[in-house]
Ligand binder design. Sequence first.
Ligand code: FAD
Ligand code: SF4
Length: 511
Amino acid sequence: MNPATSRIRLVLADQLNPRHPWFTDTPQPDTVYFLAEMRQETDYVRHHLQKVVAFFAALEHFAHWLRNNGHRVEYRTLDHPDSALSLPDMLQSVAQTFGAEHIEYLEPDEYRVDQQLRSAFGPPSDTTCHFFYDRGALERHFAGKKQYLMESFYRKARVDHGVLLDPAGKPLGGKWNYDADNRKRLPAEHRPPPPCSTLTDATPWVERIRRHGVTTVGEIDAQHFAWPTTPEAAQSTLDYFVEHLLPHFGSYQDHLGPQDAFYYHSRLSFSLNCKHLHPSDVVRAVEAAHRTQPDRIGLAQAEGFIRQILGWREYVRGIYWARMPEYKTLNALNHTAPLPAWFWTGETRMACARHAVQQTLQHAYAHHIQRLMVLGNLALLLGTHPDEVDTWYLGVFVDALEWVELPNARGMSQFADGGIVGTKPYVSSGQYLKKQGHYCGTCWYSVDQKTGPKACPLNALYWDFHARHRAKLEPLPRIGYAYPTWDKMDPNHRLALLEQAAVWHAQRDTL
Ligand code: FAD
Ligand code: SF4
């Protein structure tokens, strides 16, 4: 017979940190850990099938690991009759089943879940120590300031955590930032190493998800599932990255091209976001690799990577908790258009966008510059409503969770926050993509043409965007030469660009 149960402890699918004190303490016979596949989580947006599989598989492995370590565990799949209940109702029902008086949960990372649990059960019983900083650190750092500059927060983080500093506490190598060294284009014939292989058979999860009629997008090779779903597989992915990919990560992190989906990117975002890996372990591994092998792993490579995790990742989390729930409603440019249909199919003649969507459907992954400068750029230039943009970004990527998706998609990529994350909109004409990648040579459109049916759509849309939003954008300090260039153009050419852009807007679904 089971011993009396006094408490149920909820473990969410993005709280799978095997080193949290909850799990490392001696197992308590009166405590039951509760983990569940839930319809409320499969259904709040339409997710990529691989994303649902990755979280479910990671959850199930974690439940087994807890049990093997002597903890009492209640693990439920979608087959359980309660799987469609809301999370609070499900927890009440579990507590009743076990006769438990207390329900405990860890501070959630999603505002939606935080509110739901808080209103049902009061504040969380414990924090999580899953990040470098607590939720409020960014707001405290920028108290009284209008702008939250990432670079300022990043420098503080380097000092606070003693990362890439010399013995005098100054930045290693004399500079905080090697961003200028991070923009190289790979030669067209270059083939990066294959991604780390941690393949598993995901058939049971795929069958269950399909049997329960969960609506998903994207493809899967169930027998060769490529995302790491255990802490050990996550560690192997990190080790592989440091050994094989880090030596070129920084140089080519902005490269765009059709040869590969991953290039020198780490594929660590899922493991970080489900908490199999702690960001500090990732940062320390990369710093150690640079310090022990500086000739092989240059400072620009290590710094370029560390900035993403110690800088951007912590920064966007801070923005999220400083600005929710209003942040989710911001639409500074008053954009109202629907998301172009090809975002869901990849059926577009634009080679850059086709590859980004197709590889997203195939792998539940696109790298940062594809998300920002190809897809985000097109959504923004086409005046898409940020809610539609969020729904897509929150669904299609294996790593998508609202605390990181929202400031990146709505803020950085759509400028819907009016300049909290980015000081100006991330927009470009076809010229940026021509310089940064290898798509334009094979594209149906011609990158150097500005108007006409074969002209690259980004060219006219870029100017149309600036013209439409002149009142809001021109006063921005870093807007650069866009308006002086526009004003110097022949008025007939300006008119032709605006007319061409109107054609692209009308054809947005069939570009
Ligand atoms: P790498 O290129 O190898 O980078 C290493 C790590 O740095 C990533 O794993 C990630 O943890 C971190 N990182 C890099 N850039 C960012 C950033 N801007 N914000 C936060 N962390 C960052 N990342 C997510 O984890 N979830 C999302 O839902 C998400 N949505 C995004 C939406 C848009 C529009 C944009 C522009 C970026 C988004 N990102 C998101 C950030 C980034 O694109 C992904 O973290 C990265 O592509 C994941 O691949 P990787 O692990 O190979 O990353
Ligand atoms: Fe993309 Fe334009 Fe280049 Fe085609 S021509 S790949 S649409 S930037």
